[in-house]
Design a binder for this molecule. Sequence first.
Ligand SMILES: [Zn+2]
Length: 264
Amino acid sequence: MLALAVSGLILITVFTYIYQLVDRFETGASSIDPPSPYFDHSNILLVTAHPDDECMFFGPVLCNLTSKSLKNQVHVLCLSKGDAENLGNQRKRELVKSCQVLGIPSSRVKTVDHPDLPDSMKIEWNASLVSSIIQEYVTKHDIQIIITFDNYGVSGHTNHQAAYRGALQYVKTSGNGTVSLYKLPSVSLVRKYIGLGDLPLAIFSSRMVKTSTPKNSLLFLSSPGQYLITHKAMRQHSSQLVWFRWLYVIFSRYMVINELEKVS
Ligand SMILES: [Zn+2]
């Protein structure tokens, strides 16, 4: 009975994926949901906490939004250089290389090196400080859309959560209603590590959100080619590629599936 259920799930997953691929091939769209008009010809800022967050968690979003057909200017603001093991300068360089693979030039990548924003699970970053850093970047580059983690931060890392709190504070206090914030929803541990097997659930939950809040949720699926690009970007972070990260790369659904939910 269990074998039957598992076989059924695998079959549904494979068919869903093939359908999406065929659909994309025929329509030229690069994600399951055609990006909203706001995601075209826009200045978009991804706010992360550490070098490698951009490809470990946001690969499908970046691969789709940097698509030449959309004419977006995508920026990455990384709030720390990931100096927990004194490898910050190397990790900063790796971030630039990773972003280049993802289609983002070095001129649109900034790594913050602030003493009060260390790469640490134990030190809480001040939301007002993060907000002010985001404000400075947004103003300088005329950003219209901010994308970041949600309040759990996918892995539960306190720095990821602080990125969300800072971005939320910025849009609520200083954004003047001109900047939209989108968050990357965290999923359960089981869903996180079943890779493409999470696609039926992701489609279902995305549709549920849409029913209650129309056009506030988008689902991004990487094509096989885009998955390979994300994989290549990940390989630029050579200082981080220890054995358990390879397991992450193989099994994580965030390497192929992303949702974005509009916060404000
Ligand atoms: Zn991180």
